[in-house]
Design a protein around this ligand. Sequence first.
Ligand SMILES: C[S@@+](CC[C@H](N)C(=O)[O-])C[C@H]1O[C@@H](n2cnc3c(N)ncnc32)[C@H](O)[C@@H]1O
Length: 210
Amino acid sequence: MDFIAHSRRREQRVIASPVAYWEPLWASGRRYRQITDTETQLLADHLGPGHGRPALDMGCGDGALARHLHHQLGYQTIGVDCAPSAIAAATDAAAATDADAGSSDQPRFQVMDFAADDLSELPDPAYALITCRLVFRFIADKAVFLDKVRQLLVPGGTFWVVTELADRRADDDPLKSLGVTAPDVELLTARWSSSTAVDLDRLACFALRP
Ligand SMILES: C[S@@+](CC[C@H](N)C(=O)[O-])C[C@H]1O[C@@H](n2cnc3c(N)ncnc32)[C@H](O)[C@@H]1O
């Protein structure tokens, strides 16, 4: 059963319609890797304090990273995701945080397909920080996506990407296709004035600056 699911994922190397693929997963209760203390330490080390500057989390899922950026690092954060059920989960979690903290200062969340929709509908024209966690591997046209990110970053801003790497799994591992390939990494890290990579067990985190 598990293998069949993994095989299907391997076939879906290119996802033609992100919302058709992701919405049923979120609606059925599927969730992804939690943010660990090690990851939050990397965020603190490589991104630093937001001081109220705008941040955009692309493919935010249930909003855990956006909430961390907003509440712990101090960025004014918006998370976008193509799956309405993901945005509903993110909004609910933010409301629960609201109730716990007695504060209404929360990240915003918006249903948006960043590949197909008009990004000028985002609330800010440019961002000091753009994050993309466990998403890059699934983007059909990565070069076009990277161009959009460059246009949305302020000078001196940071693009933070967390992704699994294919070469960290054996060739016969059915989950190997969850990772990005070496050419994907080359594409991701080209054309930045600075590029830093740090390990997060099987994953890598990239801090890219224009
Ligand atoms: C593996 S999940 C990761 C979710 C979240 N970033 C996390 O770390 O838990 C990938 C997410 O990317 C979103 N996504 C994929 N393609 C997208 C697109 N073109 N526009 C917006 N969201 C997209 C999916 O809906 C899904 O929520």
